[in-house]
Ligand binder design. Structure first.
Ligand code: SF4
Length: 85
């Protein structure tokens, strides 16, 4: 592999890692997350908002890199990520 190809591959890996937290989670993960929120003492259903992070949960729960500030659920790992540069 040429030096230019190695640089291109490293840049592709970096781009994938940078965007990974903003990828959508699978539907079952979204449903699990929202089921925690909907039963949570910090959730205000009238405005769909967490009172700890102030996020709109129907949007925040969709993102791979999101996590619950109270630790009820964590970020979703993407299995095809390669180790760091
Ligand atoms: S993100 Fe966590 S603390 Fe906030 S409403 Fe959902 S489960 Fe509760």
């Amino acid at each position: 592999m040429s030096f230019a190809d190695q640089i291109k591959e490293k840049l592709d890996q970096a781009r994938k890692r940078a965007w990974a937290p903003f990828q959508p989670v699978p539907q079952e993960v979204l449903e699990q997350r929202l089921s925690h929120c909907h039963r949570c003492e910090n959730y205000t259903s009238a405005i769909d908002q967490c009172q700890l992070c102030f996020c709109i949960m129907s949007q925040k729960a969709k993102l791979t890199g999101s996590r619950c500030p109270a630790g009820y659920w964590n970020k979703h790992e993407i299995s095809d990520q390669k180790p760091g540069i």
